[in-house]
Design a protein around this ligand. Structure first.
Ligand code: ZN
Length: 106
């Protein structure tokens, strides 16, 4: 049985746990093997970047660290609520469906 990930790149999600709980953002990347997603502007961590040649100083930059999929909730494109996602079958194709308003989420 193939698994259909409930979160896809480009989705809007809400963070449920952690320092950015309740914040919303757009999914930039999904890492299925690690069951994590990277959300734009959320779960930021400071990372030290080493100095490069040419006299540039090393610097600290903020990057979005992966968040466990279990800790995010999809925001429905129709009812705009954070929702659990169901799986339905439309003409033989598996599709995601909002558990609030039953809309198909592309
Ligand atoms: Zn909905």
């Amino acid at each position: 049985m193939t698994t259909l990930l409930k979160i896809k790149r480009g989705d809007s999600v809400r963070i449920l746990r952690g320092k950015d709980a309740q914040k919303k953002g757009k999914v930039l990347a999904v890492l299925p093997k690690a069951s994590t997603v990277v959300v734009e502007g959320l779960n930021m961590v400071k990372k030290h970047v080493k100095a490069k040649s040419g006299g540039q100083k090393g610097q600290r930059v903020s990057i979005a660290a992966p968040i466990r999929i279990a800790n995010v909730q999809l925001i429905c494109t129709q009812c705009k609520k954070g929702t659990r996602v169901g799986i339905t079958r439309e003409n033989g194709v598996r599709a995601r469906v909002c558990k609030h308003c039953k809309a198909i989420i592309e």
